[in-house]
Design a protein around this ligand. Structure first.
Ligand SMILES: [Cu+2]
Length: 162
């Protein structure tokens, strides 16, 4: 059977058109990341680091907590452990905050509207979606624990996911 010469050119054009339709290079548009947002269960513990109850075992704290001391009588140092959380944009964070000590705390991310109350000797849960890329501080809102009790939530762009 004889195949007309123009058939080869036509087939080449159709193949190119199909390739572009499937997903060839798209100039001027952001490449799709292909990342599927995940639900991440994260647990943070509130940990006493330098608090009034420790003065008996750490005598230098008496000076630190004295009036005019480096901490003063109205401040205590607590930490969030871990102090850095990393997720990708679009992830859902199912967060549990565990407080094994008797002071109340909050886990607060102002930019995301997260403000979780965590009573003493209890745990609390919340859930939120990390919609924006960036570095967001989480703090305890109690004045007695500021500026010491804080950490950072790092929200990476979904395009950075492997
Ligand atoms: Cu606190």
């Amino acid at each position: 059977m004889r195949i007309p010469r123009w058939t080869g050119a036509l087939m080449g054009t159709l193949a190119l058109a199909a390739l572009v339709a499937i997903g060839g290079p798209r100039y001027g548009a952001a490449a799709p990341s292909g990342y599927t947002p995940q639900t991440r269960a994260l647990t943070v513990t509130t940990v006493p680091l330098m608090v009034h109850e420790m003065q008996a075992s750490l005598p230098f704290l008496k000076k630190a907590f004295a009036a005019g001391g480096v901490l003063g009588p109205k401040k205590e140092v607590y930490g969030f452990v871990p102090s850095t959380l990393v997720v990708y944009q679009g992830d859902t964070v199912n967060l549990t905050v565990v407080n094994p000590e008797d002071d109340d705390h909050t886990f607060t991310i102002r930019e995301m509207g997260v403000n979780l109350e965590v009573k003493g000797l209890a745990s609390a849960r919340t859930s939120f979606v990390a919609k924006k890329v960036g570095v967001f501080s989480y703090t305890c809102a109690y004045d007695e624990h500021l500026p010491y009790m804080w950490g950072q939530l790092v929200v990476l762009p979904d395009s950075a996911a492997q």
